[in-house]
Ligand binder design. Structure first.
Ligand SMILES: Nc1nc2c(c(=O)[nH]1)N[C@H]1C(S)=C(S)[C@@H](COP(=O)(O)O)O[C@H]1N2
Ligand SMILES: [Mo]
Length: 413
């Protein structure tokens, strides 16, 4: 078990500050705002005319989902997983990871150069990219550092957002990279492409050409509108199911070659040291994973009885085929209901009814994907990868429920 020495009073205090002074507990997603909303609510809304039309919609002032920024220009912001329904992340809540802030790019002056081992080196402007037949798909995007806070020095007061907020799902629209490669004519022997961003970090990664043939996109659309600046406006590389870092934002250049380029981001960073002293390179696919987002810290269950356990599962290798949930610390496992659509390389919502008998227990979820891969335990992951690793933390997450209804992050068993 993780350290659960945190006192009930301290927990209540932090739970209260997390969800608003007037709400010591909440069920489902009904959330009491921290401050009174800046609108006047009439006693009877049928007795007064409503608000007028508007050019741009806004959230109800009663709803205040927020990302949590960690760092400033160089850093990341975490998506509020516990506040989301279904599988889509609203674009303004999509997690962010920038190595040197968000560049300001004029779409009228945007250019993407494709060169190297090609017949016709070409510069595409945004209009040219949009003239090609487009595709739209829902895909998750996840930073490979996601989940690091649940691997070492585990604290009980972690929320789903603080544990796994570096994953989000959007509907991405763009042109398949394969289409652009047919246009420029790739030369025989081409094996790798370099993708380079137009930000101050000039982020660059080598990608195997097979991924371009499979499903890679140059994306310019997100959830029905243009990409958000934070997501790479006006265009980014989207590599479905592959570690966030390789999905180069603000993409300005693709160079095709017969070998990887060995950039900083794939040599000194984004490699996985193994216990035998070697390091795993180019570990692109995000392994199957799941997390229960309700109930989770700082929720306090008000009484024994029925609750719907809910969460998300995803795999970079295809569809989620099942999610098993245990409400007794892993002794018995029950298949959760997978909410349709269950899409490849996309968040999948799972749900399962649970009758809490008021006793202390641990809730666990375990995802399996269509390749048969099963989400490992923390122990399995630690023995395969050691403690020095910084990426790909897809072990089973555990929520400890105490007799007083408090829920805290903990260890399995
Ligand atoms: N040009 C550029 N591309 C980038 C980055 C960056 O800093 N610069 N960050 C990468 C990392 S580490 C991740 S996890 C994803 C995050 O994408 P998002 O900010 O749209 O969520 O973008 C990747 N692409
Ligand atoms: Mo990342």
């Amino acid at each position: 078990m993780a350290d659960v020495s945190i006192s009930r009073r301290a927990l209540l205090a932090s739970a209260a500050s997390a969800v608003g002074a007037h709400a010591l507990w909440r069920v489902g997603h009904a959330q009491v705002p921290a401050q009174a909303p800046h609108t006047i609510v009439p006693p009877d809304p049928t007795k007064v005319p409503g608000a007028p039309l508007s050019e741009l919609g806004r959230r109800s002032p009663f709803e205040r989902p927020r990302r949590i920024p960690v760092g400033s220009a160089q850093g990341s912001s975490l998506a509020p997983l516990q506040d989301l329904y279904g599988i889509v992340t609203p674009a303004d809540l999509h997690f962010e990871r920038h190595h040197a802030g968000v560049p300001a790019i004029d779409p009228g002056r945007y250019k993407l150069l494709i060169h190297g081992m090609v017949e016709r080196p070409t510069v595409f402007d945004l209009e040219a990219l949009k003239r090609f037949p487009s595709v739209s798909h829902l895909y998750f995007l996840e930073c490979s550092g996601n989940g690091g806070s649940s691997y070492r020095n585990i604290r009980p007061d972690l929320t789903p957002q603080l544990i796994d907020g570096l994953t989000s799902t959007s509907e991405w629209t763009g042109v398949p990279l394969a289409t652009l490669f047919r246009e420029v004519g790739v030369k025989p022997g081409a094996k790798w492409l370099l993708a380079e961003g137009a930000d101050a970090a000039v982020m660059a990664r080598s990608i195997p050409m097979d991924k371009a043939a499979e499903d890679a996109l140059i994306a310019y659309g997100q959830n029905g509108e243009a990409l958000r600046p934070e997501q790479g406006y006006p265009a980014r590389l989207l590599l479905p199911g592959w570690e966030g870092n390789a999905n180069v934002k603000w993409i300005r250049r693709i160079e095709i070659a017969d070998r990887p380029f060995m950039t900083r981001e794939e040599t000194s960073k984004y490699t996985d040291p193994l216990p035998d002293g070697t390091a795993r390179m180019f570990s692109f696919a995000m392994d199957a994973k799941s997390i229960i987002t309700f109930p989770a810290y700082p929720v306090i269950l008000p009484e024994r009885g029925w609750f719907e356990i809910s969460g998300i599962a995803w795999s970079g290798r295809g569809r989620i085929s099942r999610v098993d949930v245990s409400t007794d610390a892993g002794r018995r496992w029950t298949p959760a209901e997978l909410q349709s659509p269950v899409l490849p390389k996309c968040h999948t919502r799972f749900r399962c009814l649970w009758r809490w008998d008021g006793r202390e227990t641990t809730l666990l979820s375990r995802a399996t994907d269509e390749t048969g891969y099963v989400q490992p335990t923390l122990e399995q992951l630690r023995s395969a990868r050691g403690l020095g690793t910084s990426y790909h933390f897809n072990h089973i997450r555990a929520w400890r429920v105490r007799g007083d209804g408090t829920v805290m992050f903990g260890l399995e068993g």
